[in-house]
Design a protein around this ligand. Structure first.
Ligand code: UT7
Length: 330
């Protein structure tokens, strides 16, 4: 049976490192508060007008080289981000232009923290059906230019970082690769984690009040997000395991979306996982939303934490609310 598999990965983060102490010079916070609440020690921020298409282009070049492919070998681009270069068009076409592959379809996915896993599911369907052979899947964010650097926004601002991760998917005929994907959403919680403005329902769409009332910056009900995250993560991971007649014991590596180290720790505890069964790197990158899973996956592969035939589980939860998982036989 034809399935999809991840052939190669690449990651790129901007070189500027912002430590918690540096963050404390920008907003009223402290290293202690950030570490204690989130586990984050530093994040990377762009230091000039760099968009997600630029970050992902760098990650894409690495992934192509590792796959021993040229950009021309790619049949489709799927681009997951909540921080596109422009309101429209999507960043997928901008990356396509940089890669120099006109005509190749580019699909943008707007599922925030779950964007990479949703994108993986879309790519998997296209490859399973035989419509495409090789898909470039991107998760990338530039958060730093859209955060609120003051007391009102500090509970959000300290959490997020910039970066990009890319996976190239191809076809597999031997049963390895993506075993299943599981997608969920609950729009009743749409406004618990959101940026509402500028939005098309506002007349005029852009007005100065948006800066005053903060509606052009991320709004997050942190406690509500936390509460749902620690229940939805284990549930969607169990769903992936049950679907494939597997148990938590079978997991070689769980790569959760890097939302908050405290969330990952609570998930590990609820699933009774040994520390080496879960990969976390939020300490060094902050929450990079759609980019967090591909960045972590790329690091884990580089560190040789994943071997052939290993069971890798990807899982995400975030704004929407949306949540999702994927089971992969490496
Ligand atoms: O991908 C999904 C993304 N989001 C998440 O995963 C977030 C999930 N939620 C969380 O991780 C936590 O809710 C946070 C880390 C965001 C916040 O932790 P919390 O324990 O829920 O804090 P809080 O917002 O209730 O604030 C507690 C206190 C408040 O002060 P008072 O009222 O107790 O005096 C805040 O004003 O901490 C204060 N505070 C801060 N202090 C220093 C809020 N943000 C900061 C800050 N630095 N950055």
């Amino acid at each position: 049976m034809r399935t999809s598999r991840i052939i190669s990965t690449g990651r790129y983060v901007p070189s500027k490192v912002v430590t918690n102490d540096m963050m404390a010079e920008m907003v009223p916070t402290s290293d202690e508060w950030i570490r204690e609440r989130s586990g984050i020690q530093q994040r990377h921020f762009v230091d000039s007008e760099i968009g997600v298409s630029d970050l992902s282009f760098e990650a894409a070049k690495i992934a192509l080289e590792r796959a021993d492919m040229n950009a021309e070998d790619i049949d489709m681009i799927i681009f997951a981000t909540l921080s596109p270069d422009y309101m429209f068009p999507g960043s997928g076409v901008l990356l396509q232009e940089k890669l120099g592959i006109p005509g190749v379809p580019a699909l943008d996915v707007r599922n925030q923290c779950s964007g990479f896993v949703y994108g993986l599911s879309v790519a998997d369907q296209f490859i399973r059906t035989g419509m495409y052979d090789r898909i470039m899947l991107v998760g990338a964010e530039v958060h730093s230019t859209g955060l609120e650097y003051n007391e009102r926004g500090r509970h959000v601002t300290v959490l997020f970082g910039d970066g990009a991760g890319v996976a190239i998917l191809g076809a597999s005929e031997n049963g390895s690769g993506v075993l299943s994907t599981h997608l969920h959403a609950d729009g009743r919680y749409a406004l618990e984690l959101c940026v509402t403005d500028p939005g098309s329902r506002k007349i005029p769409r852009i007005n100065p009040d948006m800066f005053e009332d903060g509606s052009c910056y991320p709004h997050m009900n942190g406690r509500e997000v936390f509460k749902h995250a620690i229940t939805k993560f284990p549930k969607v991971i169990k769903e992936a395991l049950d679907h494939n007649n597997l148990t938590t014991e079978d997991i070689d590596l769980l790569i959760p979306h890097q939302a908050n180290l405290r969330i990952s720790e609570a998930v590990a505890q609820r699933l009774n996982l040994r520390p080496e069964q879960m990969y976390n790197n939020i300490q060094r990158y902050g929450n990079t939303t759609a980019a967090s899973i591909p960045i972590a996956l790329d690091e884990a592969l580089e560190k040789k934490l994943i071997k052939e035939n290993d069971l890798v589980i990807l899982a995400a939860f975030g704004s929407g609310f949306t949540w999702a998982s994927a089971a992969i036989r490496w």
